[in-house]
Unconditional design. Structure first.
Length: 256
């Protein structure tokens, strides 16, 4: 037994060093996508990281996303964003291993596409479900605006704002298509979708959609901003619980 202990200690030490090395390497790559992409193309305030030739339709969708972002109270015209494409680099795979299987991820100053994009038809697809691409870019870039405005320590996950506030606002910024503008009609769409077999998914007019949980977050933020005329910063500071706001919103809806 006496011999096993030093051996075990050495093992633990080696594993710790290897573990720390791998974590440092991962952090280095996550913060520097240029390490694992063949190309970087600058467009407007975006640095696009890609392996294959850029589809010009992507630039159209980036312009669309920018138009949506400009209307946000958090917008910063000087903020430069990295757009990391899912076209052969290991980068989206690493991000997926860290944060899970998403259509895309936005953090710090980076937007990482993870699903299969169709730039021309403006959607990104996973297992047959489609998300509007320009709106997804705007959603993820809004997370970057949150970090930019509030700083890493006052942003989620560290700040632990309720998810409906942290995810509802990017949806609010992004969902500005004609069929998405009217809150009452959006509530009606939710009520109708909940009556059918929906698999947790709700469709918009362009046949893209979103998960119903996010849709509900979006409605609450839309109610607070459009009807109650609150700013996003006011919503973050407000102590009203999700359920309270939902009841209030539904009372407003029934009163129409
Ligand atoms: Zn999000």
């Amino acid at each position: 037994m006496e011999q096993v202990k030093p051996q075990l200690k050495k093992w633990t030490f080696n594993l710790t060093v290897t573990g720390l090395f791998i974590v440092a390497l991962l952090v280095g790559i996550v913060l520097n996508p240029s390490l694992v992409y063949a190309n970087k193309t600058t467009y407007d305030n975006f640095a696009i990281f890609h392996n294959k030739a850029i589809d010009s339709a992507l630039l159209v969708q980036l312009d669309e996303a920018n138009k949506l972002l400009e209307k946000s109270e958090l917008y910063n015209p000087k903020l430069k964003l990295d757009i990391c494409l899912n076209d052969g680099s290991i980068y989206p795979f690493i991000i997926r291993k860290i944060v899970g299987d998403n259509f895309a991820t936005g953090f710090y100053d980076k937007v990482v596409l993870q699903g299969n994009p169709d730039y021309k038809n403006n959607y990104i697809e996973i297992r047959g479900y489609k998300w509007n691409l320009a709106q997804l870019l705007a959603h993820e870039a809004t997370h970057c605006l949150q970090y930019d405005k509030m700083g890493l320590w006052k942003s989620n996950p560290i700040a632990q704002y309720p998810t409906w506030k942290w995810e509802g606002y990017p949806e609010y910024v992004a969902r500005q298509n004609p069929d998405q503008k009217d809150l009452a009609k959006n509530i009606e769409r939710l009520i109708n979708t909940e009556q059918i077999n929906n698999n947790g998914w709700i469709y918009f007019a362009d046949s893209t959609g979103t998960v119903i949980t996010y849709y509900k977050y979006w409605l609450l933020i839309k109610y607070e901003m459009d009807i109650k005329k609150m700013t996003y910063i006011q919503i973050l500071k407000d102590t009203a619980q999700e359920e309270t706001v939902r009841k209030e919103m539904m009372n407003w809806y029934k009163s129409l």
